[in-house]
Design a protein around this ligand. Structure first.
Ligand code: 13P
Length: 226
């Protein structure tokens, strides 16, 4: 059984969410399916038969943090998973490794399953070991038994460029060695129905993190039934 996570980013609306819930509820998949819509759409997922997740959270429980959502509130809104440190959070919103680690702690404290996103930028492509080690540094020697990690090379997001499968395997091995834990490891970056089954079968991965392809219902269905 694999974990397939849909990250809608800042896309979708009420009408699309309702259609998505209806159509995906009709899919029988042996995989664990998690959908992360924008926060304002979580209320449309009450009848969803699979899991929902948040795309982000803040690291405090309550307080004067205008515009933020706490893991506690997201849990109350029905989330069981939460993306932490997505590259768009790191690069557009300047989230640091330190803040990302605090968000991970806050999510764990609410019994949410964090999906920690890591991956090198295109300028670090030949120096990926250093980039990934830095992002993972705070997580070493921590109890990771309820966490998921997702390797998403930044240069692959939204570009239709996918690393070679042997490259992904090498990087996965590096991540597993570094974490010294058997955490589920997902791949994300230009996943489509064309490459999903090869990715899932070839590279010893536990699942996929899907962006654009999760916004086309038929395309996403094809990925779910791999
Ligand atoms: P794409 O699948 O659109 O490349 O996005 C990947 C991603 O960022 C998922 O979190």
């Amino acid at each position: 059984m694999k974990i397939i996570v849909a990250n809608w980013k800042m896309n979708g609306n009420f009408e699309f969410a309702d259609k998505f819930v209806e159509e995906i509820n009709a899919v029988d998949s042996k995989n664990t399916i998690v959908v992360c819509p924008p926060t304002a759409l979580l209320c449309r997922f009450h009848s969803f038969r699979y899991y929902i997740g948040a795309q982000n959270c803040y690291c405090e429980e309550y307080g004067a943090y205008t515009g933020e959502n706490s893991p506690k509130l997201l849990k109350e809104a029905g989330c069981e998973y939460i993306l932490i440190g997505h590259s768009e959070r790191r690069h557009i919103f300047q989230e640091t490794d330190d803040l990302i680690f605090k968000k991970w702690q806050a999510a764990i404290a609410q019994n949410l399953t964090p999906i920690v996103c890591i991956g090198e930028k295109s300028c670090d492509r030949h120096n990926w070991k250093q980039a990934i080690s830095t992002q993972l540094n705070s997580f070493l020697k921590k109890d990771l038994h309820s966490s998921i990690f997702a390797y998403e090379p930044v240069w692959s997001i939204g570009t239709d460029l996918v690393p070679r499968f042997d490259e992904i395997e090498t990087i996965f091995e590096f991540i597993r060695d570094l974490l010294r834990a058997t955490v589920p490891l997902l791949y994300g970056g230009s996943v489509s129905s064309q490459n999903a089954s090869q990715l899932l079968n070839y590279a010893r991965m536990d699942g996929l993190l899907v962006g654009r392809a999760s916004l086309k219902i038929n395309e996403f269905k094809r990925i779910l039934i791999q």
